[in-house]
Design a protein around this ligand. Structure first.
Ligand code: NAD
Length: 484
Protein backbone atom coordinates (compact mmCIF):
# COMPACT_ATOMS: atom_id res chain seq x y z
CA UNK A 1 0.00 0.00 0.00
CA UNK A 2 1.47 3.36 -1.03
CA UNK A 3 2.05 6.07 1.57
CA UNK A 4 -0.22 9.05 2.08
CA UNK A 5 0.18 11.80 -0.50
CA UNK A 6 0.10 15.38 0.82
CA UNK A 7 -2.50 17.55 -0.92
CA UNK A 8 -3.48 21.18 -0.38
CA UNK A 9 -7.18 21.80 0.18
CA UNK A 10 -9.13 25.08 0.15
CA UNK A 11 -12.74 25.06 1.30
CA UNK A 12 -13.65 28.28 -0.55
CA UNK A 13 -16.76 30.43 -0.21
CA UNK A 14 -20.52 30.12 -0.59
CA UNK A 15 -21.40 26.45 -1.15
CA UNK A 16 -17.64 25.65 -1.17
CA UNK A 17 -17.28 24.39 2.43
CA UNK A 18 -20.35 22.12 2.14
CA UNK A 19 -19.35 20.50 -1.15
CA UNK A 20 -15.72 20.17 -0.01
CA UNK A 21 -16.82 18.48 3.20
CA UNK A 22 -18.99 16.05 1.19
CA UNK A 23 -16.18 15.38 -1.31
CA UNK A 24 -13.52 14.71 1.34
CA UNK A 25 -15.85 12.42 3.30
CA UNK A 26 -16.56 10.38 0.17
CA UNK A 27 -12.98 9.99 -1.03
CA UNK A 28 -11.76 9.17 2.47
CA UNK A 29 -14.52 6.56 2.88
CA UNK A 30 -13.29 5.04 -0.40
CA UNK A 31 -9.80 4.79 1.07
CA UNK A 32 -7.98 7.82 -0.40
CA UNK A 33 -4.41 7.79 0.87
CA UNK A 34 -3.98 11.53 1.37
CA UNK A 35 -2.63 13.95 3.94
CA UNK A 36 -4.54 17.22 3.88
CA UNK A 37 -2.97 20.66 4.30
CA UNK A 38 -5.72 23.27 4.55
CA UNK A 39 -5.27 26.83 3.28
CA UNK A 40 -7.56 29.87 3.23
CA UNK A 41 -8.38 31.49 -0.08
CA UNK A 42 -11.11 33.72 -1.45
CA UNK A 43 -13.45 36.33 -0.07
CA UNK A 44 -12.08 36.38 3.49
CA UNK A 45 -8.54 36.84 2.20
CA UNK A 46 -9.57 39.46 -0.40
CA UNK A 47 -11.51 41.46 2.17
CA UNK A 48 -8.59 41.37 4.61
CA UNK A 49 -6.80 43.61 2.10
CA UNK A 50 -4.97 40.96 0.05
CA UNK A 51 -5.95 41.74 -3.55
CA UNK A 52 -4.64 38.37 -4.79
CA UNK A 53 -7.09 36.39 -2.59
CA UNK A 54 -4.34 34.03 -1.38
CA UNK A 55 -1.79 34.52 1.41
CA UNK A 56 1.95 34.26 0.66
CA UNK A 57 2.22 31.39 3.14
CA UNK A 58 -0.34 29.36 1.17
CA UNK A 59 2.02 29.30 -1.83
CA UNK A 60 4.50 27.35 0.33
CA UNK A 61 1.94 24.59 0.80
CA UNK A 62 1.11 24.55 -2.92
CA UNK A 63 4.77 24.44 -3.92
CA UNK A 64 5.35 21.62 -1.45
CA UNK A 65 2.37 19.39 -2.29
CA UNK A 66 1.99 20.37 -5.98
CA UNK A 67 -1.60 19.09 -5.76
CA UNK A 68 -4.46 21.48 -5.06
CA UNK A 69 -8.10 20.50 -4.48
CA UNK A 70 -9.99 23.76 -4.56
CA UNK A 71 -13.61 24.61 -3.80
CA UNK A 72 -15.13 27.59 -5.65
CA UNK A 73 -14.60 31.04 -4.26
CA UNK A 74 -16.50 34.31 -4.42
CA UNK A 75 -14.67 37.10 -6.21
CA UNK A 76 -15.83 40.37 -4.62
CA UNK A 77 -17.45 42.72 -7.16
CA UNK A 78 -15.60 45.87 -8.14
CA UNK A 79 -12.10 46.79 -9.17
CA UNK A 80 -8.76 45.88 -7.68
CA UNK A 81 -9.31 42.17 -7.03
CA UNK A 82 -7.40 39.76 -9.23
CA UNK A 83 -8.91 36.46 -10.33
CA UNK A 84 -7.41 33.86 -8.02
CA UNK A 85 -7.98 31.17 -10.62
CA UNK A 86 -6.04 33.03 -13.27
CA UNK A 87 -3.27 33.84 -10.75
CA UNK A 88 -2.99 30.22 -9.57
CA UNK A 89 -2.98 28.80 -13.09
CA UNK A 90 -0.34 31.23 -14.27
CA UNK A 91 1.85 31.17 -11.16
CA UNK A 92 1.99 27.37 -11.10
CA UNK A 93 2.20 27.10 -14.90
CA UNK A 94 -1.00 25.03 -15.13
CA UNK A 95 -1.25 25.30 -18.90
CA UNK A 96 -3.80 22.55 -19.58
CA UNK A 97 -7.41 22.72 -18.45
CA UNK A 98 -9.15 19.36 -18.88
CA UNK A 99 -12.95 19.29 -18.65
CA UNK A 100 -14.81 16.04 -19.26
CA UNK A 101 -18.48 16.68 -20.14
CA UNK A 102 -20.54 13.51 -19.99
CA UNK A 103 -24.30 12.93 -20.09
CA UNK A 104 -25.98 10.41 -17.78
CA UNK A 105 -29.11 9.59 -19.74
CA UNK A 106 -31.75 8.62 -18.70
CA UNK A 107 -30.88 9.41 -15.08
CA UNK A 108 -30.10 13.09 -15.58
CA UNK A 109 -32.30 15.01 -18.02
CA UNK A 110 -30.45 16.06 -21.17
CA UNK A 111 -31.27 16.63 -24.83
CA UNK A 112 -28.10 14.71 -25.67
CA UNK A 113 -28.29 11.13 -24.40
CA UNK A 114 -24.99 10.15 -26.04
CA UNK A 115 -22.40 12.70 -25.01
CA UNK A 116 -18.86 12.08 -23.80
CA UNK A 117 -16.68 15.04 -24.75
CA UNK A 118 -13.43 16.18 -23.18
CA UNK A 119 -12.54 19.82 -23.69
CA UNK A 120 -8.86 20.67 -23.42
CA UNK A 121 -8.40 24.38 -23.03
CA UNK A 122 -5.16 26.36 -23.15
CA UNK A 123 -4.95 28.08 -19.79
CA UNK A 124 -2.23 30.74 -19.87
CA UNK A 125 -2.35 32.97 -22.91
CA UNK A 126 -4.70 34.38 -25.57
CA UNK A 127 -6.76 37.42 -24.49
CA UNK A 128 -6.30 36.23 -20.88
CA UNK A 129 -2.79 37.69 -20.83
CA UNK A 130 -4.78 40.67 -19.55
CA UNK A 131 -2.76 43.27 -21.48
CA UNK A 132 -5.26 46.05 -22.16
CA UNK A 133 -4.87 49.74 -22.95
CA UNK A 134 -7.05 52.72 -23.64
CA UNK A 135 -5.37 54.47 -26.53
CA UNK A 136 -7.62 57.28 -27.69
CA UNK A 137 -10.90 58.88 -26.60
CA UNK A 138 -12.74 56.23 -28.55
CA UNK A 139 -10.61 53.10 -28.74
CA UNK A 140 -9.50 50.45 -26.24
CA UNK A 141 -7.41 47.38 -27.04
CA UNK A 142 -6.81 43.93 -25.57
CA UNK A 143 -3.82 42.01 -26.90
CA UNK A 144 -4.35 38.45 -28.05
CA UNK A 145 -1.02 36.71 -27.50
CA UNK A 146 -0.57 33.25 -28.97
CA UNK A 147 2.84 31.64 -28.65
CA UNK A 148 4.45 28.72 -30.43
CA UNK A 149 5.34 26.93 -27.15
CA UNK A 150 1.90 27.64 -25.60
CA UNK A 151 0.07 26.26 -28.64
CA UNK A 152 2.33 23.27 -29.16
CA UNK A 153 2.19 22.22 -25.50
CA UNK A 154 -1.61 22.26 -25.30
CA UNK A 155 -2.04 20.54 -28.66
CA UNK A 156 0.46 17.82 -27.74
CA UNK A 157 -1.30 17.47 -24.39
CA UNK A 158 -4.63 16.92 -26.19
CA UNK A 159 -3.20 14.20 -28.46
CA UNK A 160 -1.35 12.50 -25.60
CA UNK A 161 -4.51 12.64 -23.48
CA UNK A 162 -6.54 11.12 -26.32
CA UNK A 163 -4.04 8.32 -26.87
CA UNK A 164 -3.69 7.52 -23.14
CA UNK A 165 -7.44 7.52 -22.58
CA UNK A 166 -8.43 5.37 -25.54
CA UNK A 167 -10.08 8.24 -27.39
CA UNK A 168 -10.52 8.14 -31.17
CA UNK A 169 -10.56 11.70 -32.39
CA UNK A 170 -9.08 15.13 -31.62
CA UNK A 171 -10.85 18.21 -32.97
CA UNK A 172 -9.39 21.70 -33.06
CA UNK A 173 -11.58 24.84 -32.97
CA UNK A 174 -10.03 28.03 -34.40
CA UNK A 175 -11.03 31.25 -36.11
CA UNK A 176 -8.19 31.40 -38.61
CA UNK A 177 -10.34 32.69 -41.44
CA UNK A 178 -10.22 36.00 -39.54
CA UNK A 179 -7.17 35.77 -37.24
CA UNK A 180 -4.85 34.40 -39.85
CA UNK A 181 -1.65 34.73 -37.85
CA UNK A 182 -2.60 33.83 -34.24
CA UNK A 183 -5.29 31.23 -34.91
CA UNK A 184 -3.45 30.35 -38.12
CA UNK A 185 -0.43 29.35 -36.02
CA UNK A 186 -2.60 27.21 -33.72
CA UNK A 187 -4.13 25.45 -36.74
CA UNK A 188 -0.74 24.88 -38.39
CA UNK A 189 0.77 23.38 -35.22
CA UNK A 190 -2.33 21.20 -34.80
CA UNK A 191 -1.82 19.80 -38.33
CA UNK A 192 1.90 19.19 -37.66
CA UNK A 193 1.37 17.43 -34.31
CA UNK A 194 -1.54 15.37 -35.71
CA UNK A 195 0.90 13.69 -38.12
CA UNK A 196 2.64 12.12 -35.10
CA UNK A 197 -0.63 10.42 -34.05
CA UNK A 198 -1.79 8.61 -37.19
CA UNK A 199 -4.01 6.27 -35.14
CA UNK A 200 -6.18 9.22 -34.07
CA UNK A 201 -8.62 11.04 -36.36
CA UNK A 202 -7.90 14.76 -36.42
CA UNK A 203 -10.10 17.52 -37.75
CA UNK A 204 -10.42 21.31 -37.52
CA UNK A 205 -13.57 23.42 -37.39
CA UNK A 206 -14.00 27.16 -37.53
CA UNK A 207 -15.09 27.87 -33.94
CA UNK A 208 -18.49 29.41 -34.73
CA UNK A 209 -19.86 26.51 -36.74
CA UNK A 210 -17.92 24.08 -34.53
CA UNK A 211 -19.69 25.49 -31.46
CA UNK A 212 -23.06 25.19 -33.19
CA UNK A 213 -22.33 21.55 -34.09
CA UNK A 214 -21.13 20.82 -30.55
CA UNK A 215 -24.39 22.20 -29.09
CA UNK A 216 -26.45 20.29 -31.67
CA UNK A 217 -24.69 16.93 -32.04
CA UNK A 218 -22.14 16.53 -29.24
CA UNK A 219 -22.05 12.79 -29.91
CA UNK A 220 -19.91 13.57 -32.98
CA UNK A 221 -17.11 14.99 -30.82
CA UNK A 222 -14.53 13.26 -28.65
CA UNK A 223 -11.56 15.40 -27.51
CA UNK A 224 -11.62 19.09 -28.49
CA UNK A 225 -8.59 21.37 -28.10
CA UNK A 226 -9.03 25.14 -28.00
CA UNK A 227 -7.36 28.39 -27.13
CA UNK A 228 -8.21 29.99 -23.79
CA UNK A 229 -11.28 32.15 -24.58
CA UNK A 230 -13.07 29.68 -26.87
CA UNK A 231 -12.35 26.92 -24.34
CA UNK A 232 -13.64 28.95 -21.42
CA UNK A 233 -16.96 29.64 -23.11
CA UNK A 234 -17.50 26.31 -24.81
CA UNK A 235 -16.60 24.11 -21.85
CA UNK A 236 -19.44 25.73 -19.86
CA UNK A 237 -21.79 25.21 -22.81
CA UNK A 238 -20.70 21.56 -23.10
CA UNK A 239 -21.13 20.90 -19.36
CA UNK A 240 -24.56 22.52 -19.29
CA UNK A 241 -25.94 20.64 -22.32
CA UNK A 242 -24.61 17.37 -20.87
CA UNK A 243 -26.92 17.88 -17.90
CA UNK A 244 -25.76 20.58 -15.50
CA UNK A 245 -22.75 22.75 -14.74
CA UNK A 246 -23.13 21.23 -11.26
CA UNK A 247 -21.95 17.86 -12.61
CA UNK A 248 -18.64 18.75 -14.21
CA UNK A 249 -15.18 18.71 -12.65
CA UNK A 250 -11.95 19.94 -14.13
CA UNK A 251 -8.20 19.51 -13.86
CA UNK A 252 -5.65 22.27 -14.41
CA UNK A 253 -2.37 20.57 -15.15
CA UNK A 254 1.18 21.84 -15.61
CA UNK A 255 4.79 20.72 -15.31
CA UNK A 256 5.04 21.77 -11.66
CA UNK A 257 1.66 20.92 -10.19
CA UNK A 258 -2.05 20.47 -10.73
CA UNK A 259 -5.28 22.00 -9.45
CA UNK A 260 -8.63 20.22 -9.33
CA UNK A 261 -12.02 21.88 -9.00
CA UNK A 262 -15.67 21.98 -10.00
CA UNK A 263 -16.36 24.12 -13.04
CA UNK A 264 -19.16 26.08 -11.34
CA UNK A 265 -18.83 29.01 -8.93
CA UNK A 266 -19.65 29.51 -5.25
CA UNK A 267 -23.45 29.92 -5.79
CA UNK A 268 -23.77 32.23 -2.74
CA UNK A 269 -27.59 32.14 -2.82
CA UNK A 270 -27.51 28.39 -2.12
CA UNK A 271 -24.86 28.58 0.60
CA UNK A 272 -25.37 27.15 4.06
CA UNK A 273 -28.64 25.40 3.20
CA UNK A 274 -27.39 21.86 2.58
CA UNK A 275 -28.71 22.15 -1.01
CA UNK A 276 -25.71 22.16 -3.36
CA UNK A 277 -24.70 19.28 -5.56
CA UNK A 278 -21.15 18.20 -4.63
CA UNK A 279 -20.74 16.17 -7.87
CA UNK A 280 -18.61 18.68 -9.81
CA UNK A 281 -16.01 18.91 -7.05
CA UNK A 282 -16.22 15.15 -6.45
CA UNK A 283 -15.43 14.47 -10.13
CA UNK A 284 -12.60 17.02 -9.84
CA UNK A 285 -11.36 14.88 -6.92
CA UNK A 286 -11.62 11.74 -9.10
CA UNK A 287 -9.31 13.44 -11.63
CA UNK A 288 -6.99 14.25 -8.71
CA UNK A 289 -6.97 10.66 -7.44
CA UNK A 290 -5.94 9.51 -10.92
CA UNK A 291 -3.25 12.19 -11.02
CA UNK A 292 -1.74 10.96 -7.72
CA UNK A 293 -1.89 7.38 -9.00
CA UNK A 294 -4.69 6.17 -6.73
CA UNK A 295 -6.70 4.77 -9.62
CA UNK A 296 -8.17 2.09 -7.33
CA UNK A 297 -9.81 4.78 -5.17
CA UNK A 298 -10.81 6.90 -8.19
CA UNK A 299 -12.58 3.88 -9.69
CA UNK A 300 -14.44 3.12 -6.43
CA UNK A 301 -15.56 6.74 -5.96
CA UNK A 302 -16.67 7.18 -9.57
CA UNK A 303 -18.68 3.95 -9.69
CA UNK A 304 -20.34 4.60 -6.30
CA UNK A 305 -21.31 8.06 -7.55
CA UNK A 306 -22.72 6.66 -10.83
CA UNK A 307 -24.73 4.10 -8.85
CA UNK A 308 -26.14 6.88 -6.65
CA UNK A 309 -27.24 8.85 -9.74
CA UNK A 310 -28.70 5.70 -11.24
CA UNK A 311 -30.61 4.94 -8.03
CA UNK A 312 -32.36 8.29 -8.48
CA UNK A 313 -30.88 9.95 -5.42
CA UNK A 314 -30.55 13.51 -6.67
CA UNK A 315 -29.87 17.01 -5.35
CA UNK A 316 -32.37 19.74 -6.26
CA UNK A 317 -30.52 20.91 -9.41
CA UNK A 318 -30.96 17.59 -11.23
CA UNK A 319 -34.08 16.35 -9.43
CA UNK A 320 -36.89 15.60 -11.89
CA UNK A 321 -40.33 14.23 -11.05
CA UNK A 322 -40.75 10.81 -12.69
CA UNK A 323 -36.99 10.29 -13.20
CA UNK A 324 -35.57 10.91 -9.73
CA UNK A 325 -36.56 8.82 -6.70
CA UNK A 326 -35.44 10.94 -3.78
CA UNK A 327 -34.54 14.62 -3.41
CA UNK A 328 -31.64 14.96 -1.01
CA UNK A 329 -29.34 17.61 0.41
CA UNK A 330 -25.56 17.81 0.07
CA UNK A 331 -24.86 15.75 3.22
CA UNK A 332 -27.42 13.05 2.43
CA UNK A 333 -26.12 12.78 -1.14
CA UNK A 334 -22.61 12.22 0.23
CA UNK A 335 -23.96 9.60 2.67
CA UNK A 336 -25.69 7.83 -0.24
CA UNK A 337 -22.46 7.72 -2.26
CA UNK A 338 -20.52 6.46 0.78
CA UNK A 339 -23.10 3.72 1.30
CA UNK A 340 -22.44 2.58 -2.29
CA UNK A 341 -18.64 2.48 -2.15
CA UNK A 342 -17.74 -0.91 -3.58
CA UNK A 343 -20.82 -1.06 -5.82
CA UNK A 344 -20.95 -0.39 -9.56
CA UNK A 345 -23.77 1.00 -11.71
CA UNK A 346 -25.96 -1.56 -13.46
CA UNK A 347 -27.06 0.53 -16.46
CA UNK A 348 -24.56 3.38 -16.76
CA UNK A 349 -21.12 2.42 -18.01
CA UNK A 350 -18.88 1.08 -15.25
CA UNK A 351 -15.67 3.07 -14.88
CA UNK A 352 -12.30 1.40 -14.54
CA UNK A 353 -9.08 3.37 -14.12
CA UNK A 354 -5.72 1.67 -14.27
CA UNK A 355 -2.43 2.36 -12.57
CA UNK A 356 -0.60 2.97 -15.83
CA UNK A 357 -3.14 5.39 -17.40
CA UNK A 358 -1.31 8.53 -16.32
CA UNK A 359 2.08 7.08 -17.17
CA UNK A 360 0.92 6.35 -20.70
CA UNK A 361 0.89 10.09 -21.31
CA UNK A 362 4.38 11.01 -22.45
CA UNK A 363 5.80 14.14 -20.80
CA UNK A 364 4.97 17.18 -22.89
CA UNK A 365 8.28 18.64 -24.01
CA UNK A 366 8.58 21.72 -26.16
CA UNK A 367 11.67 21.74 -28.33
CA UNK A 368 12.76 25.31 -29.04
CA UNK A 369 12.70 26.09 -32.75
CA UNK A 370 15.76 27.55 -34.49
CA UNK A 371 15.75 31.34 -34.68
CA UNK A 372 14.48 32.78 -37.95
CA UNK A 373 16.26 35.46 -39.99
CA UNK A 374 14.32 38.56 -39.05
CA UNK A 375 14.23 41.60 -41.36
CA UNK A 376 12.65 44.92 -40.39
CA UNK A 377 10.81 46.23 -43.46
CA UNK A 378 8.39 48.86 -42.15
CA UNK A 379 6.41 50.26 -39.29
CA UNK A 380 2.77 50.86 -38.37
CA UNK A 381 2.41 54.17 -36.56
CA UNK A 382 -0.92 54.59 -34.74
CA UNK A 383 -2.30 58.11 -34.42
CA UNK A 384 -4.90 59.67 -32.16
CA UNK A 385 -6.48 62.16 -34.58
CA UNK A 386 -9.98 63.61 -34.72
CA UNK A 387 -9.75 66.59 -37.07
CA UNK A 388 -11.48 65.44 -40.24
CA UNK A 389 -11.87 62.74 -42.87
CA UNK A 390 -9.54 59.93 -43.87
CA UNK A 391 -8.82 61.79 -47.12
CA UNK A 392 -7.82 64.91 -45.20
CA UNK A 393 -5.58 62.91 -42.85
CA UNK A 394 -3.95 61.07 -45.76
CA UNK A 395 -3.26 64.26 -47.68
CA UNK A 396 -1.68 65.96 -44.67
CA UNK A 397 0.13 62.99 -43.15
CA UNK A 398 1.65 61.74 -46.43
CA UNK A 399 3.70 64.93 -46.50
CA UNK A 400 5.48 63.80 -43.31
CA UNK A 401 8.61 61.83 -44.20
CA UNK A 402 11.73 60.88 -42.30
CA UNK A 403 14.28 58.09 -42.06
CA UNK A 404 13.91 57.42 -45.78
CA UNK A 405 10.35 56.16 -45.26
CA UNK A 406 7.04 57.08 -46.79
CA UNK A 407 3.37 56.53 -45.97
CA UNK A 408 1.87 53.57 -47.83
CA UNK A 409 -1.64 53.41 -46.44
CA UNK A 410 -3.94 54.31 -43.57
CA UNK A 411 -6.53 52.00 -42.06
CA UNK A 412 -9.17 52.55 -39.41
CA UNK A 413 -10.21 49.56 -37.29
CA UNK A 414 -8.36 47.39 -39.81
CA UNK A 415 -10.06 48.67 -42.99
CA UNK A 416 -8.02 50.61 -45.54
CA UNK A 417 -9.31 54.19 -45.73
CA UNK A 418 -6.44 55.90 -47.61
CA UNK A 419 -5.55 56.05 -50.45
CA UNK A 420 -8.81 55.35 -52.27
CA UNK A 421 -10.96 54.54 -49.25
CA UNK A 422 -14.72 54.11 -49.41
CA UNK A 423 -16.65 57.19 -48.29
CA UNK A 424 -19.11 54.99 -46.39
CA UNK A 425 -16.48 53.53 -43.98
CA UNK A 426 -17.09 54.73 -40.43
CA UNK A 427 -13.91 56.06 -38.85
CA UNK A 428 -12.93 56.41 -35.20
CA UNK A 429 -10.14 58.60 -33.79
CA UNK A 430 -7.62 55.69 -33.98
CA UNK A 431 -5.62 55.46 -37.25
CA UNK A 432 -3.03 52.91 -38.30
CA UNK A 433 -0.52 54.47 -40.71
CA UNK A 434 1.80 52.02 -42.50
CA UNK A 435 5.25 53.18 -43.55
CA UNK A 436 7.76 51.36 -45.76
CA UNK A 437 11.12 52.42 -47.07
CA UNK A 438 10.92 54.87 -50.00
CA UNK A 439 12.33 51.92 -51.96
CA UNK A 440 9.60 49.50 -50.88
CA UNK A 441 10.89 46.09 -49.82
CA UNK A 442 14.22 47.50 -48.63
CA UNK A 443 15.33 46.50 -45.14
CA UNK A 444 15.29 49.38 -42.62
CA UNK A 445 16.74 49.79 -39.13
CA UNK A 446 15.81 51.35 -35.78
CA UNK A 447 17.58 54.60 -36.70
CA UNK A 448 15.20 54.98 -39.69
CA UNK A 449 12.28 54.53 -37.31
CA UNK A 450 13.58 57.02 -34.76
CA UNK A 451 14.07 59.61 -37.55
CA UNK A 452 10.54 58.99 -38.82
CA UNK A 453 9.01 59.31 -35.33
CA UNK A 454 10.98 62.51 -34.74
CA UNK A 455 9.57 63.93 -37.99
CA UNK A 456 6.04 62.90 -36.97
CA UNK A 457 6.51 64.48 -33.55
CA UNK A 458 7.82 67.70 -35.12
CA UNK A 459 4.81 67.81 -37.46
CA UNK A 460 2.41 67.96 -34.51
CA UNK A 461 0.65 64.62 -35.12
CA UNK A 462 0.13 62.55 -31.94
CA UNK A 463 1.37 58.99 -32.24
CA UNK A 464 0.14 56.64 -29.54
CA UNK A 465 1.92 53.41 -30.42
CA UNK A 466 3.95 51.65 -33.08
CA UNK A 467 4.25 48.09 -34.35
CA UNK A 468 7.30 46.97 -36.30
CA UNK A 469 6.79 45.09 -39.56
CA UNK A 470 9.12 42.11 -39.90
CA UNK A 471 9.74 39.37 -42.39
CA UNK A 472 10.83 36.05 -40.85
CA UNK A 473 13.00 33.96 -43.18
CA UNK A 474 11.54 36.05 -46.01
CA UNK A 475 7.94 35.34 -44.98
CA UNK A 476 5.73 38.35 -44.22
CA UNK A 477 5.19 38.58 -40.42
CA UNK A 478 2.16 40.87 -40.37
CA UNK A 479 -1.25 40.95 -41.99
CA UNK A 480 -2.28 43.24 -44.80
CA UNK A 481 -5.02 45.78 -44.09
CA UNK A 482 -8.51 44.74 -45.22
CA UNK A 483 -8.59 46.21 -48.73
CA UNK A 484 -4.77 46.59 -49.03
P1 NAD B 1 -22.32 29.89 -9.95
O1 NAD B 1 -21.77 28.78 -10.78
O2 NAD B 1 -21.76 30.06 -8.60
O3 NAD B 1 -23.88 29.71 -9.80
C1 NAD B 1 -24.82 29.83 -10.83
C2 NAD B 1 -26.04 29.03 -10.48
O4 NAD B 1 -25.77 27.67 -10.80
C3 NAD B 1 -26.41 29.03 -9.00
O5 NAD B 1 -27.30 30.04 -8.63
C4 NAD B 1 -27.06 27.68 -8.83
O6 NAD B 1 -28.41 27.77 -9.20
C5 NAD B 1 -26.35 26.81 -9.83
N1 NAD B 1 -25.29 26.00 -9.24
C6 NAD B 1 -23.94 26.18 -9.36
N2 NAD B 1 -23.29 25.23 -8.73
C7 NAD B 1 -24.22 24.42 -8.18
C8 NAD B 1 -24.15 23.23 -7.39
N3 NAD B 1 -22.98 22.67 -7.04
N4 NAD B 1 -25.29 22.65 -7.01
C9 NAD B 1 -26.46 23.18 -7.36
N5 NAD B 1 -26.61 24.28 -8.09
C10 NAD B 1 -25.50 24.90 -8.50
O7 NAD B 1 -22.12 31.24 -10.82
P2 NAD B 1 -22.29 32.77 -10.40
O8 NAD B 1 -23.55 32.93 -9.59
O9 NAD B 1 -22.13 33.50 -11.66
O10 NAD B 1 -21.04 33.11 -9.52
C11 NAD B 1 -21.05 33.15 -8.10
C12 NAD B 1 -19.65 33.46 -7.58
O11 NAD B 1 -18.77 32.38 -7.93
C13 NAD B 1 -19.02 34.73 -8.15
O12 NAD B 1 -18.38 35.43 -7.12
C14 NAD B 1 -18.00 34.21 -9.14
O13 NAD B 1 -16.92 35.09 -9.29
C15 NAD B 1 -17.59 32.92 -8.49
N6 NAD B 1 -17.02 31.90 -9.40
C16 NAD B 1 -15.99 31.17 -8.91
C17 NAD B 1 -15.45 30.16 -9.67
C18 NAD B 1 -14.32 29.37 -9.09
O14 NAD B 1 -13.92 29.60 -7.96
N7 NAD B 1 -13.77 28.42 -9.81
C19 NAD B 1 -15.97 29.87 -10.94
C20 NAD B 1 -17.06 30.61 -11.40
C21 NAD B 1 -17.58 31.63 -10.62
Amino acid sequence: MSKNIPITVAHGDGIGPEIMDATLRIIQAAGARIEIETIDIGEKVYLSGNSAGIAESSWDSLRRTKVFLKAPITTPQGGGFKSLNVTTRKSLGLYANVRPCVSFHPYVATKHPVMDVVIIRENEEDLYAGIEHRQTDEVYQCLKLISHPGSEKIIRYAFEYARANGRKKVTCFVKDNIMKMTDGLFHKIFDEVALEYPELISETWIVDIGAAKLADTPENFDVIVMQNLYGDILSDVAAQIAGSVGLAGSANVGDHGAMFEAIHGSAPRRAGQNLANPSGLLLGAVLMLNHINQQDVATKVHNAWLKTLEDGIHTYDIYKEGVSKEKVGTREFADAVIARVGQVPSKLKVVSYHADDEKKMKPIVYKKRPKAKKDLVGIDVFLHWDNGTAEELGNAFSKVTGGGMKLKLISNRGVKVWPNGQPETFCTDHWRCRFYSVNEGEIINHKNIIDLLTAINDSGFEFIKTEHLYNFDGEVGYTLAQGQ
